[in-house]
Design a protein around this ligand. Structure first.
Ligand SMILES: *Cc1c(COP(=O)(O)O)cnc(C)c1O
Length: 430
């Protein structure tokens, strides 16, 4: 398999775009290769500019639950384009998509559309602060909520310390309002509330997908809800990734824990740039122009993007069993790979939530970010390279979740399992 064209393209891009990519995770840095430049997608496949074809387990990092070039989404976009790309004025498409979101999420009475997950979360945090009149927020180590300043904070020395910015360019003055807790560890959250009486909200990925796939324990989420209520803080579920992927009606529908604010992204745009945040009417009433908390966007609720999102969510709603079907396929995939690994003496931790799957090369179960960092990164890099050589495109970091789409067939999954067996043998023999 030659990837000469991609290598050349990457060289040229590096001269013009920092690191040759517009989002760092695309750079293949942690697996030590060079990124493939993509020519096109076809259902469950990606084709690179050298003409190599791969089974795609990234699906644009989540959005494409119906795979590449789904006909109904593509047609909805083409129809919308013919009426104009953007107006900066209200359209019916926004109301239609809002209706669907409000119908699907019990916790949401009203929703505001934006253009990315980052924007959705950033705005939700501002709303929570404006609503409560408080400044501090609690986030969990290993959860990713986009790249806005106050959320770009990594672990300090253990849980519940005030955060340090994880990037130059973020003033410590901004992140001193971000407290860190450990995922699935309620004591660490209690410590945050003991340290500060100024906590506006706790934000969590109820099904974490940015430290690998690490779902929160139900009991932990219930305790989190109680702690927030006892302290007058809002609970935000960041479902930018898990929304419409893990389940149709949000993590609230499978955990029984109702958040105050939900953030959405990825699938909600059907492949176009869309983010959203929603809450009960009383909270959303604080948002401009109804209330004083300012938030805006020139391309927010873009009609072409709304049409794509509406087509995707409608299709999901009409095929209500689809997420269960995808879940059994995803489970077959990771169980098959786990068995193949075991035959080579490799221990794999696996999990799935709907069309999301995760695996760690780790002897022990993974419950938080620290556990995830104990996984074998070198083995992951070898696995990634081996699978790519076989024609299987997995996310290029062990801290990412995998995705299947309705275009990922049972046959593709069985072939992936066989390929993984060859790759594990190669790794352990070489
Ligand atoms: C992807 C993601 C974001 C950021 O969304 P962008 O569209 O990349 O800005 C935020 N939160 C979670 C949980 C995500 O997975």
């Amino acid at each position: 398999m030659s990837t000469e064209a991609s290598k050349k393209a990457f060289e040229e891009a590096q001269g013009l775009i920092p690191g040759g990519v517009d989002s760092p995770v695309r750079a293949f840095k942690s697996v030590g290769g060079t990124p493939l430049f993509i020519q096109e997608g076809q259902g469950g496949y990606l084709i690179d500019i050298d003409g190599n074809k791969y089974v795609d387990y990234v699906q644009s990092w989540g959005p494409l639950i119906f795979g590449h070039r789904d006909e109904s989404i593509e047609n909805a976009i083409i129809d919308a384009v013919k009426h104009g790309l953007s107006f900066g004025a209200p359209t019916l498409a926004e109301t239609e998509l809002a209706k669907l979101v409000v119908e699907l999420f019990d916790s949401i009475d009203k929703v505001r559309f934006v253009s990315s997950g980052t924007e959705a979360v950033m705005s939700a945090i501002r709303l929570a602060r404006g609503y409560t009149g408080r400044d501090d927020i609690v986030k969990f180590t290993g959860c990713y909520h986009g790249h806005s300043d106050s959320l770009l904070v990594e672990a300090g020395s253990g849980a519940a310390t005030f955060g340090n910015p994880s990037s130059p360019g973020v003033p410590a003055d901004f992140t001193k309002h971000t407290l860190l807790a450990e995922y699935n560890n309620i004591e660490s959250v209690k410590k945050c509330f003991a340290d500060s009486s100024n906590i506006a909200c706790v934000i969590i990925e109820p099904i974490a997908g940015n430290m690998g796939l690490v779902p929160a324990d139900k009991e932990f989420l219930h305790e989190l809800r109680e702690l927030c209520d006892a302290n007058g803080a809002l609970l935000i579920f960041d479902e930018v990734m898990s929304g419409f992927r893990a389940t149709l009606r949000g993590a609230e529908s499978i955990t029984g824990v109702t958040p105050d604010i939900v953030t959405l992204g990825k699938v909600i745009g059907g492949g176009m740039p869309v983010g959203a945040f929603g809450a009960r009417a009383e909270i959303m009433a604080k948002l401009s122009p109804e209330g004083p908390v300012y938030q805006a966007g020139t391309l927010s609720g873009n009609p072409v993007a709304m049409a794509a999102g509406y087509a995707a969510l409608t299709k999901l709603k009409q095929n209500s069993r689809v997420i269960d079907v995808l879940n059994s396929r995803a489970a077959r995939l990771v169980e098959g790979m786990q068995t193949a690994a075991k035959e080579c003496g490799i221990t794999m931790q696996i999990d799935t939530r709907g069309s999301m799957f995760g695996f760690f090369f780790n002897e022990n179960p993974v419950k938080n970010f620290h556990d995830a960092t104990q996984s074998d990164a070198k083995l992951f890099a070898k696995f990634h390279a081996g699978m790519l050589q076989e024609g299987y495109y997995f996310a290029c970091s062990l801290y990412e979740t995998g995705f299947i789409s309705t275009a990922t067939t049972d046959t593709m999954i069985e072939e992936t399992i066989s390929a993984s067996a060859r790759v594990f043998k190669e790794i352990t023999n070489g």
